[in-house]
Design a protein. Sequence first.
Length: 653
Amino acid sequence: MTDDIVVRGSDAKTMPRGPSDDDPEVGKWYWVKDKRWNGKKGEDEEYRWLGCVTHVGTNYVMITSVHGGKERVHFDDFWGRCEFEPEAMQIIRNNAESCRERIGELTEEMQLLTTRLGVAPTLSLSGGADTEALACRDSEPMPDYKDALIKAKEDQIPDLFEEIRKTTENMTMWLKAETIPLGMQRDQMNEMIDRVDRRVLAVDLYAGLSEDTEKIRDGKPAELAEPVRLLQRRHYMDEECLAHYKTGGMEFNNIGDFDKWLVDDENRERVLPFPRCVVAFRVRRAKKGREVYSIQEFINLDELQRLDFSTFLYVRNGEQVWRVNTKIDFQEKLFPDSDRLLISSGQKMWAKMSGSRVEGFVSDNEHTAILEKYECDMREWKKLDAQWDAASEKDREEHNVPWPGLRPYWRNEYYPFDPSNVYYDDMVKEMEEQIEDHNRVVMVLQGILDRSEVLHPHPPWKLWTDAGFRAGVRLVFDKDRALVAGEKPDFEDYRQRLNASLKVGSITIGQELAWMKKEAEKENERRANDWRLRGGYRELTTYSPYGNPGPGELAAVVKFMPRARKATFHWHRERQSYGYDHWGKERSNLIHASFTCHESDLLNVSAYTPGDFKQFFDDPRTRADYLEWAPLLLMAEEYYAGNLKIEEGECNE
């Protein structure tokens, strides 16, 4: 009996027989026909087990066995496999009593055995007890008595204890079986509590109990009949404006800075492109790496990270821009893709399952594409496998024939979203929860329409009705805005193309960070060897020694090694000690310094074309990784704009 056995049936949606006394209801008990493997016979054998109905779904019956395992039986198979047992409670009690009687028999047998051998436990322990027991056994030869003791030790006593243990577990199982219906009532109570929690959340969303609004730009509102457009994708403040990219991105305390950036005409038209629209924003996509220097900062770290994931709604109404602060954490997409919205129109859908858990949904077209990709991978693998088998050992050793690798693995994780599956109810529940999550923003929007001036003036839209929603709201899908068209741009490929033209005199970025990492390794090693610190030092990731400016954020290559693809930089640092040379002349305060690094640490600014950063910024798939490319590309952009210069003498020796 497994924990959750799946029994697939057909498309039946109702029980195939009329109501009767033995129709399945929660709390009724049934004998269920099943099969199990018989190793001795080498084939399956039929048996039956007793179970209680704990749930009746739209197309299946959940039956929980006395062992605790659960099985879903489709309506089509129910009457062929299940037989009603009206006296189930009596059977359970009889089995429990039989186990209790058997435990008593085994305990008595154990007592008789130990008494016969003279090893029964007593409350008093005396040094002569063993001697007295042996002296009283003059009727039995000592060798036979020794053999009996060994047999009792190795076989009889362990077997009796093992049977007592198994019988006790069996009795416990039968006693617990009486509580199965009570567990079902507990589950029903938890479901009611969840419904109450969802209703409380709905009231909170509509009434705005956990939100406040702030106008960050004033102006003329949109036309009365202008609909509200909801942009599907949740945005991220640090990615949109690339604020503070050198220090790891925005924090919650920088919201005012983001507001000022957003209300700029150019930024507003790009981020809020419609006269009346709503965009969800989170401060950051990922946690910001923060260095902690005190216990108080460590205590505040969790709160800072929580605030980094705060969610806001920015609403444009004509020339006005509002920020709605809310504690609701909206999903990555405010509403599902268009193919998910067509589920009610009869479009075929597939559910991705992991055991009994629904992990997500795909459209029929997506499912077809998944199958086609597997078949394509399989054909390619067979082709390479045939070439490998036909090749000689010599060709294989010389790597002229590629090894085909492991055979593509196919695991059927997708099941049709229809009543033929016994997990259909779980699929429907998951879909409803997803839709409910997406409807949260509509609930907030209806509350804003009814109780605030954010979107005034507007018609009396009732968004919970189809007509009101169609009149007042437009959904703007990501694919309609061509956000992910084409291949994802690769920053490392782009860097390699620029670095291919590196030479002496090329202006580069990246050398200072590579130098600071190298200096951090030296400093960490020095601290590790300093007995005075006794291990109480903080591990550094970057470090700049006092009086040493390093090669500079922007620097020119003074030496380049084409084969090794390494570049060398020169600069001057302050001398750490003062004095005179052996001619008595006062030594200079500055001394020469150099650093060599691989081209993979650099970006060739001389080969950069202004505006190149947009290919990574405009695509949300690479914008999410902006800390990888923004510190380099945006500095190159500022260099060509004249905002950054190389200081005279900084990079030339």
